[in-house]
Design a protein around this ligand. Sequence first.
Ligand code: ATP
Ligand code: MG
Length: 456
Amino acid sequence: MKIKIEDFKHLTDFDNILVCDEHGVIIFYDLVDLNVLRQIGLRPEDFMGKHITTFYKNLTKENSTIMKVLAEGAAVTNVKQELITEFGNTVMTVNSTYPIIENERIVGAIEFSKHFYTKENINSLDKLAHHKVYRKNNTYYTIEDIISINPKMEMIKNKIKQIARTNSTILIYGKTGTGKEMIAQSIHNLSDRFGGPFISVNCGAIPPNLLESTLFGTVKGSFTGSTDMPGLFEQAEGGTLFLDEVNSLDIYLQVKLLKAIEEKMIRRIGGNRNIPLNIRVISATNEDPDLLVSEKRLREDLFYRLGVVQIDLPLLNERKEDIESLLTYYINFYNNHMNIIIEGVEDDVLECFKRYHWPGNIRELKNAVETAFNHATTHRITMDDIPKRMKEFNQSLPVKRVEPSTHSLKEAVEQYEKELISWELNGMNGKITEAAKRLGISKQLLKYKMDKYHLN
Ligand SMILES: Nc1ncnc2c1ncn2[C@@H]1O[C@H](COP(=O)(O)OP(=O)(O)OP(=O)(O)O)[C@@H](O)[C@H]1O
Ligand SMILES: [Mg+2]
């Protein structure tokens, strides 16, 4: 039989690989997501050396794909199975299994599988690596995961490709959920450091006194109870250190950080030895760096050190053209990993997504799709399935609020016109061209009406 590569392309969809010997005893197992094991109630090491049929209540020698392949020597592909764990929960999987043949003898089998998530564990999908191989360095995003057709985002993607190979520091500025972590990980994975660790620390989440030892490490005896402990700087050796919420560093630590970056070395707390560093520092802030500097919350010299390259991420509200593709992308994403299939959204849902102001940016959009998957009762997402605050925003449509009976017709029409224009301007983030397009009037007429109603 001639082997064609096309026949195996579908294997890239699978997440896990398992290899058995000729008796069905597991000799290798690699999973993309350890959370799957939590659901089964097992640890990775529990698998090695055990027979394939010991893990699920309803898996027997008769219905196990591995046992079938071992017995018959022929591959089975895309087999869907519902397996019952020792805990009694049902796990849905799909797998393709191939025999391993040596000198015409079946010596084992290899199984590629994928696990479908249910509404109960949909949350675990958040940290699922899109790129299975890259997860080994502690990341789950690459540049391919950055969905956008917005020109500014395209420029950012080009820029990160260029700068990834250098060692310059990068400062990412963006509001919550705009993709700072995603950009930082993509840079790491584009760089020659991709084989090294990506160490991420949220400077705002660790108390200042602990943050110092977390970053720089400690030496035994330097203070009561201290041990020899490498800090995150050392742990990031050969890779990237991502300082998230760098704006919350206190001034004392800012000085220490500046020194470490300038001298490319650190000293553990209580230590007397300089430790040279080969790391790249990427930092992120959700507050405008210029404002931080002018308010003296970020030292100017540190700002220049951290931001040799600065990347400003646009709000989702400023890139509304991306909403539809992000919606499709996330529907596909959940469809690919879950035991339910959503074919699309009702027209009013799409309209609502486009109008909404997205204060939580792309994370909020992703969560909205997740909520919809949780609530959906049919194969299409309806207004009933999306988060309440989005529905309420949509209901604030002026048409629902104006009561013409209390005004003369002229007044009511004018008030309605004013509210509608102001609502569209708000929704389009003040962009006159786009608001005019949506209102179906010329830009000049819109400007005239904005002056008339004092909407500038
Ligand atoms: N361009 C994009 N395409 C697809 N998904 C995106 C994009 N940008 C962000 N996301 C998704 O949005 C979520 C938030 O992204 P990320 O964690 O990178 O944001 P952040 O700026 O670090 O947010 P925060 O300030 O709240 O920490 C993630 O689930 C990420 O996958
Ligand atoms: Mg973040």
